[in-house]
Design a protein around this ligand. Structure first.
Ligand SMILES: [Zn+2]
Length: 245
C-alpha cells in the first residue's frame, strides 16, 4: 500500500491525494466537528484510513462526509463512514446514490461495493456547514453531473470543486445526467465570486482560479461549437475531451 501524499492547505484543512483514478479526499478539522469531502474509491479506503491517522484522526472521528457528486470514485468509501457519520450530497446526487443507481454512479467502471450507500442529508444551494473555525457554503454547479456541487469558504475564499473545475480549466467528461449548457452556466456563476484557490477532485490544486475558469469556459464553448470535431475519451472519471486531428 502506497502512502498517500498529505498536504495542509490551510490551518486544519488537509488534502489526502487520491491514488490512480480515486478522487482526492479533503479533511476539515473543525472546532466542533470533523468533515471529509469525498471518500474516494472503496479500494483505496485503507490508504485513506492511514492518511487520516497521519493527521491525528481515526475513521470514527469523521462526523460529516460531503460528496461533491455521485460518481463512484468520490463516494466509494462512504460505506466505512455511513454508520457513524452524516453523509451529505446534493439532492440530485442523493437520489442516485441512495437508489444504488450503478449506471449513473459509474459503478459499471468496476469499484466493488457490496453494501447499500446512504445519504442522510440532501443538500441544496445555500446549505451551510458551520464548523466554528470554518464555514462551508454549498453551491449547486450542475454540468459534469446533475448533482455536482462546489463548496465555498467565504472568509479565506477557497473552493472545493469536485470534478466541476480543474487546474488549467481541463474539461471533465460530461456524464449521463450532465450538460455542457449547465456546465457553462455553473462556471459563470462561480466566476461572480472571489475565489483565491481551488481544491479539485483530481489533479493539482490551483492558485489561479480566474485563469482556470476562463480556460474551462473556452473549452466548454469550443466543445459546443465544434461538437462534431471532438471525441470524448474515457479514463475512469477524469475524462478529458480531446480534439480529433
Ligand atoms: Zn465525476
Amino acid at each position: 500500500m502506497n502512502a498517500r501524499k498529505i498536504s495542509e492547505l490551510q490551518n486544519n484543512i488537509f488534502m489526502i491525494a487520491g491514488h490512480g483514478s480515486s478522487s482526492h479526499s479533503y479533511v476539515v478539522k473543525g472546532d466542533r466537528l470533523n468533515l471529509l469531502i469525498d471518500s474516494g474509491l472503496d479500494g483505496n479506503f485503507y490508504s485513506l484510513q492511514e492518511g487520516l491517522l497521519n493527521i491525528g484522526l481515526k475513521v470514527r472521528d469523521i462526523n460529516i462526509v460531503i460528496n461533491t457528486h455521485e460518481h463512484f470514485d468520490h463516494i466509494g468509501a462512504n460505506r466505512y463512514f455511513q454508520e457513524h457519520a452524516i453523509i451529505a450530497a446534493h439532492r440530485f446526487a442523493a437520489t442516485k446514490i441512495a437508489m444504488n443507481d450503478r449506471y449513473v454512479t459509474l459503478y459499471k467502471s468496476g469499484d466493488a461495493n457490496e453494501l447499500s450507500l446512504y445519504v442522510h442529508v440532501w443538500l441544496e444551494s445555500k446549505s451551510r456547514f458551520d464548523l466554528g473555525n470554518y464555514t462551508l457554503d454549498i453551491i449547486h454547479t450542475p454540468g459534469h453531473t446533475s448533482g455536482s456541487i462546489c463548496i465555498y469558504e467565504p472568509i479565506k475564499k477557497f473552493l472545493f470543486t469536485g470534478d466541476t473545475l480543474f487546474a488549467g480549466g481541463t474539461l471533465s467528461y460530461i456524464a449521463e445526467s450532465g450538460s455542457v449548457g449547465d456546465y457553462i452556466n455553473s462556471i459563470m456563476s462561480l466566476n461572480t465570486r472571489q475565489i483565491v484557490e481551488i481544491y479539485p477532485g483530481h489533479g493539482e490544486i490551483s492558485a489561479n482560479p480566474g485563469e482556470d475558469i476562463k480556460a474551462a469556459l473556452e473549452n466548454a464553448r469550443q466543445f459546443l461549437n465544434k461538437n462534431e470535431e471532438v471525441t470524448i475519451t474515457y479514463e475512469n472519471d477524469l475524462n478529458i475531451i480531446h480534439k480529433k486531428n
